[in-house]
Design a binder for this molecule. Structure first.
Ligand SMILES: [Zn+2]
Length: 477
């Protein structure tokens, strides 16, 4: 029998607040273990949680960006379970009254755009982090616990079961990551754990609408792992069904080494968690004005910005895709385009030499003043410098922060043009390259390019190549 895979994702996103959700401890990544803790996030008796306003603003912004309906009143509950990474033995989460309901994300799959619906978006606190000896939870002799992470604000986003392959899930997550990066509410780094994803996956006979028994897949630590794990798990379930057996509802771990999903515990039902309202927090009441104020703070979403950039600047989709890869780069381009009207030329520089030099020098685009690139392009357009010099100058601007005009004025960069300056150089090249002169006279155009290249190298790219060409022809014919 042919089966269809049905996947729903549960995404956890750490919000980029400076402090934790209910206390003033730092939420920074990478501190010494157990140094960012206090009685509140360690759950010591007699402490009370206090909301972090910024966390609520970020959560509302993310929910609005995901087209989810932010509720004017939501509530926090205790999710009770024991696990060593949870100091209170309960997690403050949201259960039947989440922050936001519904929502969707329009995702561009290679075969066409499809709307993936969301079920809910809610706010909760992060648990601590367990470090397993030997890195694997299965068969570790002991584990260490770091409570620095306990209490960091965490947004949970639950999709409808509308994804149908590991590839679908990966593409969805990439689109989600891009959108959330644009909003700036999280740094969305899968490798640092600020974006994590679990999946519910089941099979059903192709063409039917019901849902089969699902398993939950955890421990997928990269986009690639999500794709591989879900494809593996779909095949594992298909093999069970083909043998006439039943899939057991359980939680599986993705084993990155073995490239396999490994069942490791029976899945709990929500009743096992004994949810009850958190007695130490009032319901979260948000008025319309607060919610609308958060909407105002949202930037233009990446998909809309791509369309606008194409129309407004007359650029190709593939150019725009590069320019909008991050919000910072798109902001840079548009800021430069206010002062420089050759948009296509500007786009070429930004996506070519600028991106290359940013990588080479380890500079962030947000640290470069767009006016400096414009100044460089104006020098180039005015013929004051040549292209190779412009490239060199760009690298120097990034390294030193000095403007290109100042660098040119400091000497040795200006373009060398005019017969008086170039003629001696041409004569020198002719004298030094008799073989090239001979081949050119026999009709080999390449020999001319070689001699021009010699002079360009000698002047470190400052000579005017057109004028050199003319002079060489004049002398040799
Ligand atoms: Zn704390």
């Amino acid at each position: 029998m042919a089966y269809e895979t049905v996947i729903g994702l549960e995404i956890h996103l750490e919000l980029a607040t400076r402090s934790k959700l209910f206390c003033g401890c730092s939420a920074a990544f990478g501190a010494e273990p157990n140094t960012n803790c206090c009685p509140v996030c360690l759950g010591l008796p007699g402490t009370l949680p206090v909301f972090n306003r910024r966390a609520i603003e970020y959560a509302v912004q993310a929910a609005l960006a995901l087209n989810s309906a932010v509720q004017e009143e939501s509530r926090f509950d205790r999710k009770n379970y024991f696990y060593p990474d949870l100091p209170k033995a309960y997690q403050i989460s949201q259960y039947d009254r989440p922050l936001a309901r519904g929502g969707h994300l329009d995702v561009a799959f290679p075969e066409g755009a499809r709307r993936i619906r969301l079920e809910r978006v809610h706010l909760e606190e992060e648990a601590g982090k367990l470090l397993h000896a030997g890195d694997s939870i299965l068969g570790a002799a002991y584990s260490l616990v770091d409570y620095n992470r306990a209490g960091i604000p965490l947004l949970e986003i639950v999709t409808a079961p509308e994804l149908h392959s590991g590839r679908d899930a990966r593409i969805f997550l990439e689109a989600l990551r891009e959108l959330l990066l644009y909003t700036g509410v999280s740094d969305v780094k899968m490798e640092e754990g600020s974006l994590r994803c679990d999946a519910n996956i089941s099979l059903r006979p192709a063409g039917t609408a019901g849902l089969g028994t699902k398993t939950e897949v955890k421990n997928m630590n990269s986009f690639r792992a999500v794709e591989q794990a879900l494809n593996f798990e779909a095949a594992r379930q298909a093999a069970i069904l083909a043998r006439g057996q039943k899939v057991v509802q359980e939680t599986c771990h993705w084993d990155e080494e073995r490239k396999a999903t490994v069942p490791f515990r029976r899945k709990e039902g929500s009743s096992d968690y004994r949810y009850f309202p958190e007695p130490d927090l009032l319901p979260l009441v948000l008025d319309r004005a607060f919610i609308e104020a958060q909407r105002e703070k949202l930037p233009e979403p990446p998909e809309r910005r791509r369309r606008r950039l194409q129309e407004q600047y007359g650029l190709e989709p593939r150019e725009v895709a590069v320019l909008t890869a991050t919000k910072a780069l798109a902001d840079f381009f548009e800021a430069a385009a206010r002062d420089y009207r050759d948009y296509r030329g500007l786009a070429n520089w930004v996506q070519g030499d600028l991106l290359y030099q940013l990588r080479e020098t380890g500079t962030l685009v947000e640290d470069l003043d767009p006016r400096l690139l414009v100044e460089l392009l104006e020098l180039l357009d005015a013929g004051e410098i040549n292209r190779p010099v412009a490239k060199e100058l760009l690298a120097e601007v990034l390294k030193t922060g000095t403007g290109p005009r100042a660098l040119v004025q400091s000497g040795g960069r200006g373009r060398i043009a005019g017969r008086a300056s170039l003629e001696p150089l041409v004569e020198q090249a002719i004298a030094a390259n008799p073989e090239a002169v001979e081949s050119f006279r026999k009709g080999k155009e390449k020999a001319l390019a070689f001699m021009v290249g010699q002079v360009m190298a000698l002047t470190r790219g400052r000579a005017d190549p057109q004028e050199l060409n003319r002079l060489f022809r004049e002398k040799l014919n």
